[in-house]
Design a protein around this ligand. Sequence first.
Ligand code: NI
Length: 172
Amino acid sequence: MALLTILRYPDPRLHKVASPVTVFDDALRALVRDMAQTMYEAPGVGLAATQVNVHKQVIVIDVSETHDQLLVLINPRILQADGSQVCEEGCLSVPGVYEEVERAEHVVVEAENEFGGTFKLEAEELLAVCIQHEMDHLKGKVFVEYLSRLKQTRIKSRMQKEAREEDKSKAA
Ligand code: NI
């Protein structure tokens, strides 16, 4: 297993659109394991392959307190979405930023697991938010894009400044 490097907003690679997975092999399962380890280590409740610069439709999620309810969603599609909820979201690619985003309250998703089996999942509250947030990543969308232009500009310059400071301390 290996920890993967998480891309930081505003890295342009976060805006690539992921392609569907067609081969369910050991390499895919290794990616899923590495993504899960990276998410738990961060720690975070969800990670999309886009965030580790792999542009395939792969998501790992675990919203449990005990960190033992790993959910793997490959090629996820929303079959049904209704209601609305506003939730404060964060993202491993935008560390330290938490902002409210409106999402569907309840979703029904169909996806494959890492062995190619298809399953259906019904989700609400935090899990529903998380699924929608991670599915946006696969479309190249980061949650800050729901915010006002002004906020986005502020977040972008804050992230760039932090990245510069980190580079400096690495060089020192
Ligand atoms: Ni995210």
